[in-house]
Design a protein around this ligand. Sequence first.
Ligand code: ADP
Ligand code: MG
Length: 679
Amino acid sequence: MNNYEYLLKDINSIKGIGLKTSKLLKKKNINTIFDLIWSLPRDTIDRTNLVKINELQIGKIHTITVNVKKYNFPRIRNLPNRVYCEDETGKIECIFFNSYEGYIKKILPLNSVVTISGKIGYYKNKYQITNPTHISSDINTIKKVFSTYSLTEGLTEKKYTKIINDVLKNIPDLKEWLSDEILKKFNNISWKNSILELHDPKNIKRKGDFLNRLAFDEIISTFLINSKVRKTIKKIKKKNKNFDDKEFNKIKKKINFDLTTDQLKAIDQINYDLKSNQKMFRLLQGDVGSGKTIVALIASINVVSSGFQVCLMAPTEILAKQHYNLATKIFDKSINIKLLTSKTEYKERKEILKNLQNNTINVLIGTHSLFQEKIKYNDLGLIIIDEQHKFGVKQRKKLSDKGGKNCDVLVMSATPIPRTMIMTVFGDMDTSIIKNKPKNRKEIKTFSKIETKVEEIIKFVKKEISQKNQVFWVCPLIEESKKLDHQSSVKRYEILKKIFKNRVGLLHGALDKDEKNKILINFLNKKIDILVSTTVIEVGIDFPNANTIIIENANKFGLSQLHQLRGRVGRGYKESYCILMFKSNLSENAKKRINILKSTNDGFKISEEDMKLRGYGDLLGFKQSGLQSFRLADPVLNEDLFLLAEKEVKRIELENQSLNRYMTLLKLYDRADILNDLV
Ligand code: ADP
Ligand code: MG
């Protein structure tokens, strides 16, 4: 029974959709019939309000049953056609612009009784309905509650409703893919009936078994693919890595802090994977400043000591450099570490490529070009990707393949997200989570201050600088205009320069990479005290000496973004501060965001609050991830469904069930293409 194929047909196969309409829909990314059924009702219109003409209220939508008495079809262009109607209590005119006589005569035959619904107008002492869309001789087809849809420009409500209704009429019965036990939890509602319910005006609030079932379908299709990728990778047998605690102990002596219990746990989990003969495919997740880098470097040295090479990819050059510096500091002199970025001179690059192949380089650190270029390793044992939460499951799988069969993979992410989202976005990987921050780390003290009191802030900044601390001053991007993007930061820079002279630097998006790097390095080397910037401050760079961040127009930023920005400070041992500046008249939502930030430094809690306020789709960096394909499932609201899906997928894995049963689901939900890559 391949009747799901109807759903994957191009929309222009629907009766009544011509080239023009299909173009309009395709512009909105509605390409197939399946896409169309996810354009959900926006609202409802109640046409059950049946009255007599003498009871009509102007401006309201009413339904009336009338006699068609007379036509008036003027032969003059631009004058509308009119149809005079009445009931025993009064008269009303139907006015048609741009409608043919023939059509009007057909829907409103002279001397017939018809039911009409529409918005009541009043002109020159007469009731009228202009371009009525709902007319029928059968009262039951009109006197109803209708779903209304967000309209595509150029399409009328009537046309759109007709298209949707046609599609809904033809929705096929699909062979059930959910197991009996799961289906029972949704009162056995089928996929087809769930879709019909979804469009039913009585369900405009979208609650009930039908919704849970459809949300569950989305979740489980994602989880099944994750599970399949994971299994495929786990099947690869690799040479296991052999090492003991010797290197680890050396490093412990070189760092001036104790590792946290979560760091130690992550190291244990990674070691276990490295030593096994299954390929590691692991996510190391931890809030900004939780100390992921050291964990990654310990993994690196263990892999090197067991005779393999390591490559570490950072998202920016400056971050790569910082990792490189740290590695050079804590690894033995005998370990050959190289930095490869777009800055690397041709000669040196050639040398690096050669030495990688003859295995004299142990660790290569760089930006992600490390993998796009024709770089051949001798025996790569571990790839580490830092801060790449934007990688989707497909890209990660590709990366793992490129690394070769002996190569373990460790992905680091600083976006604290709830477990339901980890299962979704990183469900193909094992996870290690660093939740607790280093012990002696102090909470970042967060304040809010109205813009007009900037003098007080400047006084505060002076005090911090006099104590040899450094300050970030963040100005928001002005989204309306690309050109104006950095104007607010330039302005602030000029003002601060008058006060702090040449101890201020400015960083914004219009600078080129070299200029940016120079300024960042000046800040790192304490040649400047204040760094004014738009949000381009690089993720992940460690500025241990910066203890204060001022964020202007804080209400312009989302909660998670503010948290990430705030995470630029508070990395050293000293007291650190975040000052959120705002203009007067904060919206309720903005007030909430600011209060949440003041009340907690816990990134997980903040991201959860953020999702509650904005929905998960907007959460930092996740627009590009697989989550966007969830139309109904919500990681906060439907936590129970995520857990249920997790359990179900585990059962399927345990029983070694094939995915055949789910093929229709996977194909419809656009997950099957990756499956093809896996077989
Ligand atoms: P992130 O997880 O954001 O990548 P980093 O690895 O850059 O964080 O670490 C932030 C700072 O915390 C660094 O200066 C690092 O040396 C320090 N750090 C890491 N682990 C600890 C620890 N257990 N105790 C104290 N400081 C630590
Ligand atoms: Mg980092």
